[in-house]
Write a protein that binds this ligand. Structure first.
Ligand code: NAD
Ligand code: 44H
Length: 387
């Protein structure tokens, strides 16, 4: 069985690649990083180490890689023969890989009538659906009709903390022991991929919202407030009582929303939050706030981990989400110069002011009480910096 996986980065190698190997797949990674591509082809295996007391090691074998920039035709051929296609490249990159996927599917319908599922394993709601839209923009109406019965794009939620890391062995990747991979089985075409570790569900929305608005919201709060306080890593943030409290208070807000919206059991959800907080404090992982806070414009977009739960909190809980507003304000203050989106955001605030910048990136409107709340929290944080 052949899996083609786009993105041989942290989550690609550390999570998806390791589960695919354990399920008996040969994995062909597709990436633009020639160093990683060459190493994968040279070694054909890599190590995944668990970041806990056990330091357990898994040798992931049966892997190869293609550089999609220099050998796009090989990617097309691999997709034409694959049994599964997955991605972990980042939401902003999906449009850039959609052309190659379209080419691959175009070639495949001519020679291979086996159904194929393409699963985007990205931190976003509706990632595979978005990828499908981008692929379908590149093919004709006639081809879309041919593709529909053959290719599924089931959405997914993936959870495993894999920090950026520099190891002597450049292929090795250190990962937290916890993982979760939920896939919308209603959108699968043909047989479900036989991968132990995937949970197939009929309704992905509660899974993805619970994950994104707990793990990723909590992470974003820790990253932006941590950066603001001059702290380098997430576990250092969690060691500061007042910071940890801010993360907890924010997760109480998203928790209340999730419990009311999905009828989750409150005690079970509280336990889920406790588990997430303990994952953030894992002493075996050093996860920089600049990785977790990366791409603030994406993280401030309407359907992502900050604005979406804040807007829904107002609608569902009918109160003001003070702590989410504080986290959003901290994201608008985030000015790390090594992050293109942070630089763009700060330039926008300088040139057009905070209020117009909020409207532009969050798509909140003048009618939303959230805007004043965010501005208020922004001023409080700014005054604190200037003091
Ligand atoms: N790291 C985590 O803890 C984690 C956990 C769950 C989900 N995710 C999600 O997984 C995705 C990847 O995150 P990551 O942390 O592994 O990032 P990463 O930067 O480590 O990996 C991304 C990989 O994609 C490659 N890439 C970039 N452009 C490409 C292109 N055009 N074609 C093929 N490959 C390309 C990069 O070279 C890199 O190897 C993101 O959507 C992220 O939100 C990450
Ligand atoms: O990958 P991002 O930029 O969407 O979010 C950063 C982190 O919150 C994220 O990578 C988490 O580590 C991951 O989602 C845990 O499952």
């Amino acid at each position: 069985m052949l899996a083609v996986h786009f993105g041989a980065g942290n989550i690609g190698r550390g999570f998806i690649g390791s589960l695919l190997y354990q399920a008996g797949f040969q994995t062909c990674f597709v990436d633009v990083n020639s160093e990683i591509v060459n190493l994968l082809n040279e070694k054909q295996e890599y190590r995944v180490i668990l970041a806990d007391t056990s330091q357990e090691e898994l040798l992931v074998k049966n892997v190869r890689a293609i550089n999609s920039q220099s050998e796009p035709n090989k990617v097309v051929d691999a997709i034409a023969q694959a049994d599964l296609v997955t991605t972990a490249v980042g939401p902003n990159i999906l449009p850039f890989i959609s052309g190659l996927i379209a080419e691959g599917l175009r070639k495949r319908v001519q020679s291979n009538d086996k159904p194929l599922n393409i699963i985007a394993c990205e931190n976003m709601i509706g990632g595979s659906t978005f990828l499908k839209e981008k692929v379908y923009e590149k093919v004709s109406e006639e081809e879309r009709k041919l593709f529909d019965p053959c290719f599924g794009f089931p959405d997914a939620a993936v959870d495993r903390i894999v920090p950026n890391q520099t190891n002597e062995d450049k292929l090795m990747v250190r990962v937290e022991p916890f993982y979760e991979w939920a896939v919308d089985q209603t959108k699968i075409i043909g047989e479900k991929p036989r991968v132990t570790g995937i949970t197939f569900v009929d309704d992905l929305k509660p899974y993805i919202e619970r994950k994104l608005y707990t793990v990723n919201t909590g992470h974003a709060v820790a990253a932006y407030l941590g950066y603001y306080a001059g702290i380098k890593t997430i576990n250092e943030v969690m060691e500061k009582h007042e910071m940890k409290t801010l993360v907890e208070k924010t997760l109480q807000e998203t928790g209340l929303l999730l419990v009311q919206k999905y009828n989750f059991d409150m005690d079970t959800h509280k336990e889920y939050i406790v588990k997430i907080l303990s994952r953030f404090s894992n002493p075996y992982i050093s996860d920089e706030v600049i990785r977790v806070g990366r791409s603030p414009i994406r993280k401030l977009s309407p359907n992502d981990r900050l604005i979406s739960p804040a807007r829904q909190y107002v609608e569902v809980v009918k109160e003001q989400p003070i702590y989410l507003a504080k986290a959003i304000a901290a994201a608008f203050i985030y000015d790390y110069q090594g992050d293109e989106e942070a630089v763009e955001l700060q330039n926008k605030i300088k040139s057009q002011g905070l209020e117009a910048t909020i409207y532009e990136y969050t798509q909140l409107t003048k009618e939303s009480a959230l805007v004043d709340l965010i501005i208020h929290q922004f001023i409080l944080l700014r005054e604190f910096i200037l003091d």
